[in-house]
Design a protein around this ligand. Sequence first.
Ligand code: SF4
Ligand code: SF4
Length: 231
Amino acid sequence: MSNVDFTDVRLSQQSIAGQTVPVALVPRIRTQNYFAQVPSAFKSLWKGMKLTMWYFLHPSTIVTKQYPENRATLKFPERYRANLQLNQDDNGYYMCNGCKACERACPNASIIVKTRKGAVTGKNELDAYVWRMDSCTFCNACVMACPSDALRMGHEFECAVYDRRLLIYTLNRHAGPTGDQVAKLDEETRKQVVLEKRGPYDGPVPLAGEAYPNIRPIVLPGQATEQEDKV
Ligand code: SF4
Ligand code: SF4
């Protein structure tokens, strides 16, 4: 509740820096007598103590988790969004066919879907699914835009790093066709399908078509930069 009675506010013309301007005159806030405030101080103290005592007696209703002591038993609400993940079918094939609907839906250009023409299927297939956690706002628009149910928001929240380049992920562990595409092949042709391995990060990633000026390649175990390759 405001201590100011706005019906008492008056406008007055005053000269400021050589100009006459209207100034609102607000009456001074009436302060209560110090001792008159003691009962209300005790009342609010009692309210706080009552709430504390209620949670002390009903620990199961406490929302705040005692992290990290409870790491092993930590439970998240189903819709909690911590990191973007690709769905796989029962046979381990990614369900993403590289249609790029999620890339177009992302308001932050946090997704880059690299595709290729499948050597065996002849169809468009996923090469690398790059997700930039450093610019993602976890809005879920990509998940909702996907027509193939190929994306989900996971609960892996311990993603802190000392170098923001490490917040750029290649989400797929292999490149290749979807399970549906493979299912349409005959038995013999199916044997020719090769799922190529993909690492967690594959070099500097352009942001909205531009090279990100202060991100240079980072070398992860098992990877080599272009410069090293040329030596
Ligand atoms: S959650 Fe939102 S910001 Fe993050 S990648 Fe998906 S669409 Fe982009
Ligand atoms: S995740 Fe879904 S929307 Fe994005 S490219 Fe793959 S199939 Fe298309």
